[in-house]
Design a protein around this ligand. Structure first.
Ligand code: NDP
Length: 456
């Protein structure tokens, strides 16, 4: 029998790679993991976690204003960018240390280096200038921000890799993109007091979501003073001196700012990884093609997380990593179940969504019933905030099953995480109706919608 240095060698210590590696080691596998940046990966180091701190920071800004309606007065408010960044970084350092400790405690060897695949059983550790062999190799390198390099001056903008470490709080921001990152950061910077323009190539931002979600968020962005420019793209970015930039748009307009932020998607991080050379089949966008067991076209090479471009979310990568380890090292075959994954956009107001959008549900189920409400939350009545909450329930008319719940409004991600349990379990609209309301809450609306909504 061939003997290898490792049973499993993982490239990439982000959410998926760490989960798979720790679990495999706990089942007795000898595991090594290589990470070229920091252990924790995109989510912990330069994604979900630091982003959420910035979302909270923006919320605090609004709370000063809202508190007045409840009788509070305070001194002149000011915001210190450095304090936010330093405190955020200290917390990221703490989490990074926990990730490293957990890997080590599980018996996983950590290699702080870039690693490339040499052949189906060999990984080259670039910084150490040596090879290690493994019975199986797991690719968990995630994704990286994509920037349109065909645009003159594209390098005058930043991506989500750099945005967490700006020296100063920008005063005028131009964001391009209409997806998660663009919408979230437009709201963050607006909440922190910047003038923000969002430039999107299409008509409806967040177009992957239910159309009502998309239009509701669009209106809320405008209401809070974000300039939303649709059906337009960057044609050129100029350096106009003293840190200022001028962005030229395809509609002929130009925008002056001190931060240009690219948020036009991410690409699987496989460039230069040696996968093609090892015989691994790749998708056009660089994703590793895998089967339902996360196995690539090469028997000994697997991949989990964003690098496979299935559903690019942290909890999905974690589950894919766990399913791989359970199947391979615990004789407990498991596939990731992609049905009814809850999703959130941490915009202002945030979006929480689970299941089918209206157009998807019509296509899948034919006849559907829609329940929809749009209201101002009670808290806003004393603050003067005109922000509106949207709730939409989509029901398969034949089975009465709730197949989609979509909310834009304060705390909607928290609501959706709980609702997702019921939707995943096959809850019916009759179950919603039979559930007693909890008063006074915003979410009680979910169990008191009785009138079917007829779209215009
Ligand atoms: P998204 O895929 O969400 O959005 C990319 C946006 O860029 C889309 O609006 C797209 O337009 C636009 N775009 C793509 N190509 C071009 C181009 N050539 N010129 C102009 N615009 C373009 O990507 P993000 O970067 O926002 O986020 C990446 C991924 O990270 C998400 O898919 C998500 O999986 C994950 N993420 C999740 C978060 C969460 O769970 N809250 C938060 C942040 C990221 P169009 O709509 O027309 O295709």
């Amino acid at each position: 029998m061939t003997s290898y240095d490792y049973d499993l060698f993982t490239i990439g210590a982000g959410s998926g790679g760490v989960r798979a590696s720790r679990l495999a080691a706990s089942y007795g596998a000898k595991v090594g993991v290589a990470e070229e940046h920091r252990v924790g990966g995109t989510c912990v180091i330069r994604g979900c976690v630091p982003k959420k701190f910035m979302v909270y920071a923006a919320e605090y800004g609004r709370m000063f204003h809202d508190a007045k309606g409840y009788g509070w007065t305070s001194g002149e408010k000011s915001f210190n960018w450095r304090t936010l960044i330093d405190n955020k970084d200290a917390e990221i350092d703490r989490l990074n240390a926990i990730y490293i400790r957990n890997l080590k405690n599980s018996g996983v060897d950590i290699f702080q280096t870039r690693a490339v695949v040499k052949d189906p059983h060999t990984v080259h550790l670039v910084d150490e200038g040596r090879d290690v062999t493994a019975a199986r190799i797991l690719i968990a390198t995630g994704g990286a921000p994509w920037v349109d390099e065909s645009i003159e001056g594209h390098d005058l903008g930043v991506s989500s890799n750099e945005v967490f470490h700006l020296d100063e709080m920008p005063k005028r921001v131009v964001v391009t993109g209409g997806g998660y990152i663009a919408v979230e950061f437009a709201c963050i910077f607006r909440g922190l007091g910047a003038d923000v323009s969002l430039v999107y190539r299409g008509k409806d931002i967040l177009r992957y979501f239910d159309h009502d979600i998309s239009t509701h968020v669009h209106e809320e962005l405008k209401r809070q003073g974000i300039q939303v420019i649709t059906q337009s793209v960057f044609t050129k970015i100029e350096d106009t001196g003293e840190g200022n930039r001028r962005v030229h748009l395809s509609d002929g307009a130009s925008l002056d700012c001190d931060l240009v932020f690219w948020a036009v998607g991410r690409k699987p991080a496989t460039r230069g990884l040696g996968l093609e050379g090892a015989g691994v089949e790749m998708a056009k966008n660089g994703a590793v093609k895998v089967d339902k067991w996360s196995k690539s076209s090469v028997d000994s090479i697997y991949a989990v997380g964003d690098v496979t471009d299935r559903v690019n979310l942290t909890p999905v990568a974690i589950r894919e990593g766990a399913a791989f380890a359970e199947t391979t090292y615990n004789n407990n075959p498991q596939n990731m179940d992609y049905a009814f994954i809850p999703k959130a956009v941490f915009s202002n107001p945030p979006v929480g969504s689970v299941g089918y959008a209206e157009h998807e549900a019509r296509e899948k189920f034919g006849e559907i019933d829609i329940y929809r409400t749009d209201f101002r939350q009670m808290k806003n009545m004393l603050t003067g905030d005109e922000q509106r909450t949207l709730m939409k329930i989509i029901v398969d008319a034949k089975s009465d099953k709730v197949v989609g719940v979509h909310i834009v409004g304060e705390q909607s991600p928290e609501m959706i995480q709980c609702i997702a349990i019921a939707v995943k379990a096959g809850v019916t609209k009759a179950d919603f109706d039979a559930t007693c309301a909890l008063h006074p809450t915003a979410s009680e609306e979910l169990v008191t919608m009785t009138q079917k909504y007829i779209p215009a």
